[in-house]
Design a protein around this ligand. Sequence first.
Ligand SMILES: CC(C)=CCC/C(C)=C/CC/C(C)=C/CC/C(C)=C/[C@@H]1[C@@H](COP(=O)(O)OP(=O)(O)O)[C@]1(C)CC/C=C(\C)CC/C=C(\C)CCC=C(C)C
Length: 430
Amino acid sequence: MAVPQLRVAVPAEFSTSLGFSDVVRETGGRMLNTKHDCRFQQRRRKKKAWSLFSLLTNTNYSCAGLGPEKDLKLSVYSSLVVNPAGDVSISSEQKVLDVVLKQAALMEKQLRKKTVIEVKKDMVVPGTNYLLNEAYDRCREVCAEYAKTFYLGTLLMTPERRRAIWAIYVWCRRTDELVDGPNASHITPSALDRWQARLEGVFAGRPYDMFDAALSDTVMAFPVDIQPFKDMIEGMRMDLKKSRYKNFDELYLYCYYVAGTVGLMSVPVMGIAPESLATTESVYNAALALGIANQLTNILRDVGEDARRGRVYLPQDELAMAGLSDEDIFSGKVSDRWRNFMMNQIKRARMFFQEAEKGVAELNQASKWPVLASLLLYRQILDEIEANDYDCFTKRAYVSKAKKLMALPLAYGRTLINHPPRKKTELVKP
Ligand SMILES: CC(C)=CCC/C(C)=C/CC/C(C)=C/CC/C(C)=C/[C@@H]1[C@@H](COP(=O)(O)OP(=O)(O)O)[C@]1(C)CC/C=C(\C)CC/C=C(\C)CCC=C(C)C
């Protein structure tokens, strides 16, 4: 197998700043306002040899929180969706599931080769080891600065895994900063194209700066694939051109792009417990669920903040069914309609957390703890939204420092007691 060489050339950006000024060369950025009301019709899902629990197709819970008959009209029930004009397309869930399957198969294939970690040392050009350590150290610093609790959690992982997670974290953070950071107004689709070209360099062993060098090393050492990284950039493209989501199918795809991808990137590094009987796909699916749950929570917490930027991530059809509109969001009034709507959004986010939690037990022992801690912490934001009487307009739901600190020992205890490896049948629904 041809192995790409890791070349650590003179670093262009040797600092802890997340510098990517090189990517920001153009100004402008289009915003598309898509305000159609689209209803999906039911189509029977084709049975597959394997089948994963589907939160989108689950008939016990459909998003709008209306009566069962009304819910039926809104939910996505199949791998195909049909819009009112009769156009048929593949549902977001199906698209994402295809990526999950491919990722799981790739990970299994690469692990079977067994050469992945062994060849690592030969791939580093002699004399660059110290630079590489320096690069990982920069990633550690960024992670410690931007995500303190999560950073503490990573300290519980093995040294190889933790530094790989830091490198992935930094790449994700930099990517997110492109559209969410101080230079966001200068970011254009072609800037994102350049960021993607740079990513391809990383995977080909041609890192551009120190942070990239750490990631380049990580993707050679672990069976990490480029697809989720490209998809995250796709999510940023989506953010540039879209400020409304017609329905949950559209929102789900966005959540996959910007957060579900993080789960897919992390699994090959965190590793599946050798004693786990779960299928690789089901673990990937749980990781995806955690990313989706986190992003849905993030969206609910930031409704007011996003509205002030002209953005409404909440599904338009569900808002309409609840008797709400963008104007209600912009006026920021906590009405009973709003409370009911939020209750159902929170319920859905919790279902994704629940699905994710099943997968934690299947991770390597040292990875279970930080993942569960981050899950418990993020899920608590939903409790805080409730405690704020659903006022996401003027209050920002947050988890106190004391509660954050408690999350680590709590998660540790729970991984020992509640998260023994599961049997295959418990994770994979027939
Ligand atoms: C242990 C652990 C949680 C590892 C993940 C580490 C990692 C690579 C994180 C990257 C996070 C990141 C910077 C993503 C960029 C896009 C983004 C900003 C997404 C939002 C995160 C919250 O970030 P933010 O800083 O804006 O939030 P606050 O304002 O500070 O609240 C997201 C909401 C999504 C993040 C998604 C995850 C962390 C997915 C985690 C899933 C796994 C680690 C898989 C676990 C495996 C199983 C089997 C459950």
